[in-house]
Design a protein around this ligand. Sequence first.
Ligand SMILES: O=C(O)CCC(=O)C(=O)O
Ligand SMILES: [Fe+2]
Length: 511
Amino acid sequence: EVFTSLSDLQKVLLTEKDIALEIKSHIEMEEERLKRLKKVAEDYERHSQEALSDIEKHLGNPVNAYLLVKRFTIDWERIVDGLVKANSTDLIARLHNRGSEFPVQEDFEGAATALLRLQDTYNLPTAQIAKGELQGVKNSPEMTAEDCFELGRTAYNAGDYYHCILWMEEALNTLDTEVNKTADRALTIDYLAYSLYRQGNVEHARKLTKQLLELDPNHPRAVNNLRYYEKLLETADQEKKRGEEEDLPEIQNQRLLDDYRKGQEFKQYEALCRGEDIIPDPNKHKLKCRYTHNNRPNLLLRPLKEEEAFLDPRILFYHNMLSDFEIETIKRLAAPKLKRATVQNVYTGQLEPAFYRISKSAWLKEDEDAVIKRVNQRIKDVTQLDMTMAEDLQVANYGIGGHYEPHFDFARKQEETAFDYIHGNRIATWLNYMSDVTAGGATVFIPIGVKVFPKKGSAVFWHNLYRSGEGDFRTRHAACPVLVGQKWVSNKWIHERGNELVRTCGLSPYE
Ligand SMILES: O=C(O)CCC(=O)C(=O)O
Ligand SMILES: [Fe+2]
């Protein structure tokens, strides 16, 4: 029909002109896009070169690990959507083929949460983390405003307004100093204002929302929010006759903690992780060390250095327990088997992953390699305990923020399903440290205030039960979050059965 009318054809001509203009502007955009894509490629190339030059050191830093995962989740989505998708089907297909190797959103949230946990446990100021400084260790780049913003947004999505405030404030501070702004100021203020309100800082929320409306007068939420905050403040303002923006009270921002984490034990756990002395040891001056061989042929030739870390309950630290070769062998055998560690649900008896135990672990059988057999034998020679009912060697690897919150290794009476009669309860724990940890990652015994810092090749040993078989509640312990580096351990849980005549009963249940 169009061809029958000149006026319609005239429209077509005009359309043709528009199309030409549109194609031209599309090409300009494409060129701009390719320029930016080239920058991304260069950035990835530069980053990988830097990181690959010392992988251990690089990934050992939780900020680096966070930023790496972010590259492949948050940043990646932006790159695919904004830069690659436009007509680059080939490229997309090729990129998608690599997709299975990529971390996903869940990984990003995990890395972000780990960083926030480290911030809390180790009392790290936000600005310091953003600068890449963790307890005097600096080996990550500074975070951009957008890196901070995404961390704050992850906290926000989890209902964690405490961290959201810290990181949105940091994002705003960083934005002030950035030449090429990486985050949206209005959006950042939007998150910050609402989180301030949720933490009880209505006046600050009002002030910020006004700033937001200056930046974006038509912001849909801000208009309503401001009205709401003003209403909340109406009576308060009249009473105090306060000028609107002057003399704002100090910002209130409390960590959101569940009942357990509000309690004394958790506070003590975190203090111990930071290396604080929470309970002075009255017997410190009595602690001894010695060479140990127990007249065992293997140990006579190669005695271990035994050092008392605590007297009652007795906690022993052993130097030169494992050789580097043994450690490498154990790690090599365990690596392909590592799976997210589980804990036993007290109610159902089921094994399941838990947020309070974050590590990967694997079990190694004695007949898998001569090294395992030899290490088990050494543990037997040193402890002189019967190993018939002991569990296989468990290997654990803690990554960024990896930890195991306070727990007992033995089963309590109410958890009768945990250990059967044939094995008995876990009478003792042997724990090998198979790596140094640059910062964090101590093993801490909360009720007695003992902290043991991992040292590659050394080990720690204690009894979980009194001689009577009663659980010793003073052995409650935890693995502190790894701050910088990674932590490898292996442990042997030794059981009661077979040890009746080795570790005989005393006269009272509690000796
Ligand atoms: O890794 C540590 O320091 C302690 C581990 C631990 O307590 C456990 O696996 O039961
Ligand atoms: Fe434990």
